[in-house]
Design a protein around this ligand. Structure first.
Ligand code: BGC
Length: 717
């Protein structure tokens, strides 16, 4: 089957529901219980093959047996934040390693997200995985969070639009996608013992709104809960969030699975959890496989009602039938060269040019002496670490063992993907005289920089599931390295391969800064193309880069420095005022604002027209006023709502324009972004009045202002 024809026709939801009811009614209790747990394959942590996984079944992140007599397929799950992972590391089974989620976030491009989702779906299917543990959408509340690289942004709308694109892409290929980690799993420090405290209404306006919009737009088959507690109750057993909000207010029809090791008791089933995941990790965490013997006992004792057991099963079946994993034809052909292009495009669109004092782009015919320094640039580019790490075609170029405490320390490695910036620069700058210094000693690197016409320092960081960074400094003394190189050569360009913001104390002493994130398996090529102008940078920051931790809601991170396992409370007192919203509210001037990103051309925004009524609709004309083609991302913000200062991203669009070309863009706000969530009435509320909006090229660069009169309204649940 060709790639074009592999898209499955989904059955109508009602049909899936009806069939789920019919099939469930025919099941024995033993069969019902068998669907409620997944078993992990062998990996870094689980080193012994579980005998519940039949011979011949490939290792997966989670395996659930099927019921062949009723046409129920087994579930085989793999991670998918950055590509299809290879649980159990079957040699030779490699997959396209995409750039970090935050790089996709920086593309501001839901169409690209859908394309990369479809790529995930095809690669998953060709390997026999029918569930992708994708859709990581936790908002970047804290720039130290070790998993921000896997997620998309700090903004609910941007995150939802991109997650929906990706999930629709995956499910369009007939593969179930999750959305995760529901909710507020926004720090890794002591994550299993972390109580995330938040005002419930503010939660609805931020992290939950991201889930709500993405679920509406993409209808993922499953929701994965987080490891943490929310307001005192574990995410996996949080009745308020699962029964109250997700299944209640939003009417979510799919199933809710725990995170691996995130089922603290069988009673979670009474709070809405439908499936225990990776039960070996629950044994490590809680000394029990909760949905095996204890849940059966609870059922025998009448503590788990029959109807609830049936509902758990029906929800799983319903998603299987709605998305069609029971009707797979032959696996789609996978065009790995095309998939490499998708990884490359994501890096091209997500790399952000933060600063440029005229140093970039480098002329393709330059004969300059260029010192390329550090970042393992002669080997490849780093990728984030944890359950999302993907083995690229040909394998990793290098795995540098780093280690650390706790379960996650076992697999904490600096993985290098084989796309070396140095080699790619050689290709694109054939006449330049390139020299490489590993950046091991600042003084040695400075000597090379001093005898060069310009220096490019590539700096990396290792961010990983299970760890938050203690601060925003570059690791391994790289700040000192950049200072030394910049002191030796005023024409210094810095490329940052990090999954989070860093502080850049050397910012004023370098000529250009490129934020390349973890750029994926074609990342070296994309970096070289951006540096040389073969590609015009168009990424925009999906997170605020603070000038210091003092500007963030929690200068000191609760639990930081305590041993793994210490009960920790984190008060997300900023509520819905995350990132740029917090900075606007507190008049903080960031290092680089949300939405910021430079180009080799220039854009102008003119003719803003704003209409009110039920919502805000704005039209604006975008013109490429510079010398080369490029992409702009005009952003529409709410700045004041009925007399109250309130910053919200209301809309955005990535617009590709040739020199001199203009396009009119219309952006219509989701009404929930104009509203407050009224916790007493359990409804969204828009107060009548005047709403100030602005269009700009970043949250701190608002160029055109307008206003709309909105009618008062109460809606939703
Ligand atoms: C992660 C999940 C992942 C799961 C299965 C957990 O450690 O938190 O995001 O899907 O492992 O690999």
């Amino acid at each position: 089957m060709s790639e074009e024809t592999s898209q499955q026709v989904p059955v109508a939801d009602d049909d899936a529901e009806i069939r789920a009811r019919e099939v469930e009614a025919q099941m024995t209790d033993e069969e019902r219980f068998s669907l409620l747990v997944s078993v992990m394959g062998v990996n870094d942590v689980v080193t012994v093959r579980d005998e519940r996984i039949p011979e011949g079944v490939p290792m997966s992140a989670g395996y659930v047996p099927g019921v062949p007599r009723l046409g129920i397929p087994a579930l085989l799950m793999s991670d998918a934040s950055l590509g299809v992972t290879n649980p159990g590391y079957r040699p030779g089974d490699t997959a396209t390693a995409l750039p970090a989620g935050i790089c996709l976030g920086a593309s501001f491009n839901p169409v690209l997200a859908r394309e990369s989702g479809a790529m995930l779906g095809r690669e998953a299917r060709s390997r026999g995985f029918n569930v992708q543990l994708a859709g990581g959408i936790n908002l970047a509340r804290d720039p130290r969070n070790g998993r921000n690289f896997e997620y998309l942004s700090e903004d609910p709308l941007l995150s939802a639009a991109l997650a929906a694109g990706s999930i629709n892409g995956i499910q369009g290929e007939g593969v179930i996608s999750t959305i995760k980690h529901y909710s507020l799993n926004c720090n890794e420090t002591n994550r299993h013992w972390l109580d995330a405290v938040i005002d419930p209404a503010a939660h609805r306006e931020s992290d939950l709104l991201a889930f709500e919009i993405a679920i509406e737009r993409a209808r993922p088959g499953a929701v994965m809960t987080g490891y943490n507690k929310i307001n005192g109750d574990y995410a996996g057993g949080n009745r308020v969030l699962i029964e109250g909000v997700l299944k209640g207010a939003w009417g979510y029809p799919g199933w809710v699975m725990s995170d691996w090791g995130g089922t603290p008791g069988w009673e979670t089933a009474l709070a809405g959890l439908d499936q225990e995941s990776g039960l070996q990790l629950d044994v490590m965490m809680w000394q029990k496989e909760w949905f095996m013997a204890p849940l059966r006992q609870a059922y025998a004792d009448g503590k788990l009602p029959t109807e609830r057991l049936s509902e758990m099963v029906r929800r799983i079946l319903r998603s299987m039938f709605a998305i069609g994993i029971d009707r797979w034809g032959p696996a789609p052909e996978v065009d790995m060269a095309r998939h490499n292009e998708i990884a490359l495009d994501t890096a091209r669109q997500g790399i952000v040019l933060l600063k440029n004092d005229g140093a970039l782009p480098l002329a393709a015919d330059t004969t300059a002496r260029i010192a390329v320094i550090g970042g393992h640039a002669q080997i490849g580019v780093p990728t984030g670490c944890g359950s999302s790490a993907v083995v690229p075609p040909g394998g990793y170029a290098e795995v540098i063992k780093v280690g650390g405490p706790g379960i996650m320390g076992v697999g904490r490695n600096l993985y290098l993907l084989p796309s070396a910036p140095l080699a790619e620069l050689h290709t694109l700058l054939p006449d330049a005289q390139l020299e490489f210094d590993p950046g091991m000693r600042p003084a040695e690197a400075a000597l090379m920089a001093a005898r060069s016409d310009l220096a490019i320092v590539i700096a990396v960081s290792l961010e990983s599931e299970g760890f938050d960074s203690p601060d925003l400094a570059l690791p391994w003394g790289q700040d000192e390295l950049i200072e030394a190189v910049a002191a030796a050569n005023p024409s210094t360009i810095v490329v940052l391969e990090t999954g989070n913001p860093v502080l850049m104390p050397w910012r004023d002493r370098v000529k250009a800064i490129v934020q390349a994130w973890y750029p994926g398996q074609a990342g070296g090529q994309a970096i070289a193309e951006i540096l040389t102008g073969a590609v015009n940078p168009s990424g925009r920051l999906p997170v605020t880069f603070p000038a210091g931790l003092a500007q963030t809601p929690r200068p000191d991170l609760p639990g930081m420095g305590t041993p793994w396992g210490t009960p920790t409370t984190i008060n997300y007192h900023e509520g819905a005022e995350i990132g740029y919203r917090w900075f606007a509210k507190n008049n903080h001037v960031p290092l680089y604002a949300f939405g910021h990103g430079l180009s080799y051309t220039s854009f102008e925004h003119t003719d803003l027209h704003v209409e009110g009524g039920d919502t805000v609709t704005a039209t604006v004309t975008v013109t490429n006023t510079g010398p080369v083609g490029g992409a702009d991302v005009p952003q529409l913000y709410l700045t004041e709502a009925a007399g109250e200062r309130r910053m919200r991203l209301l809309g955005f669009e990535r617009v590709v324009l040739s020199p001199g070309e203009s396009r009119q863009v219309t952006l219509t706000a989701d009404r929930r972004l104009l509203a407050r969530y009224d916790g007493a009435a359990n409804r969204w509320r828009i107060d009548e009045g005047s709403y100030q909006v602005a269009v700009g090229s970043a949250a701190d660069t608002l160029e055109l202002a307008g206003q709309a009169i909105l009618k008062s309204a109460q809606f939703g649940a």
